[in-house]
Design a protein around this ligand. Structure first.
Ligand code: NAP
Length: 305
């Protein structure tokens, strides 16, 4: 493959940063990869894993890069941008992978120099694991990558967005462009609220006095364990998501709470048709997810037990 960028720099070498480094090297989407992480132990691990050329300073890491990817928690984007800013070269494309777009775009804009092209983005791909060892080259394959370009009137801006689009395609992703506010509402529904519910259910089960913790663990295969997988996600990442997508999450949560109250009433009054109709509608949605290639139709998600 012809490289889309000569040199990329990744700031933050966790699950996502390490996956980009591996995917870029494996696909040839970039000729070379520079890395920086605020954590010295992570930098050391990135060297051991040979993920790219590791620097002890953010500005030095980005100095030669045509593409800079900020792959840090949402709440650390401003600090990462600020640290990288003095090293950014003229005309570099600067993107991020944050799970929230409106707040992150603001944080990046506040600290980026005028001579770069800012194109925020979000890979709708991930696992519940974090850190450099969790990264793998095929993470983005067949997954959506959402770009939320800014209203930047410079003539070369569109070409910068196209180039970033081509980079993510090269890593195997499908690319969609969207307004940041739209992204934040859509993801509040598809990702943020489901995570909040999972965190809540798992924490609640731990607190319930009528059921012992050992019983919860023992019988977890009946549904609970799938929530525990989602609830195993990184607490820093998720704290930052909720602090930075507050409005959209509160709006969706309000609607969810109302609907939950209606379900509660249907159970209390024995309204079987109401329950059946809702469950049937939900099941149809599952079929659509499978048909869209977003999950497997194998029984039990393809697991052996
Ligand atoms: P991660 O595995 O926890 O890695 C983040 C790394 O960034 C950590 O090593 C962290 O170090 C480092 N870091 C923090 N502040 C920094 C700074 N100012 N400069 C340089 N490095 C810094 O996180 P991740 O799962 O890869 O997530 C990264 C981003 O991707 C987040 O914004 C998240 O919202 C987004 N995202 C995640 C997923 C997912 O499934 N995990 C999916 C899509 C998008 P410390 O640990 O020492 O703070």
């Amino acid at each position: 493959m012809t490289a889309v960028f000569d040199r990329i720099a990744i700031v933050g070498v966790g699950l996502i940063g390490a996956s980009i480094a591996r995917a870029a090297a494996e696909t040839g989407a970039a000729k070379s990869v520079a890395l920086y992480d605020v954590d010295a132990a992570v930098r050391q691990r990135a060297r051991e894993l040979a993920l790219g050329e590791v620097f002890d300073d953010a500005a030095a890491a980005v100095a030669q890069a045509d593409l800079v990817v900020l792959a840090v928690p949402v709440g650390a984007m401003a600090a990462a941008m600020q640290a990288a800013a003095p090293g950014l070269k003229q005309g570099a494309v600067v993107t991020d992978v944050g799970s929230v777009k409106g707040a992150v775009a603001e944080a990046m804009r506040a600290h980026a120099p005028a001579h770069v092209f800012l194109v925020p983005g979000h890979p709708v791909a991930g696992t519940e694991h974090s850190g450099p060892d969790a990264g793998f080259a095929t993470l983005f394959k067949g997954r959506w990558h959402i770009l939320t370009p800014l209203a930047d009137a410079r003539p070369d801006y569109a070409a910068a967005v196209d180039r970033l689009d081509a980079f993510w395609h090269a890593l195997g992703a499908e690319v969609e462009r969207m307004d940041a506010a739209r992204h934040d509402v859509v993801l509040a529904v598809t990702s943020h609220l489901p995570h909040l519910i999972a965190f809540n259910i798992v924490a609640m089960a731990e607190d319930l006095e009528s059921v012992t913790e050992s019983e919860v663990v023992k019988y977890s295969a009946s549904g609970f364990r799938d929530f525990t997988r989602i609830a195993a996600s990184d607490p820093t990442m998720w704290r930052d998501v909720f602090l930075n997508n507050r409005e959209a999450v509160l709006e969706v949560l309000g609607r969810f709470s109302e609907d939950l109250a209606a379900l509660q009433r249907a159970i209390r009054w024995g309204e079987g048709d109401t329950l059946y109709d809702l469950f049937d509608r939900a099941r149809r949605m599952r079929r659509e997810v499978i048909e869209a290639g977003q999950d497997t139709a194998a029984p039990n998600w393809g697991r052996e037990n």
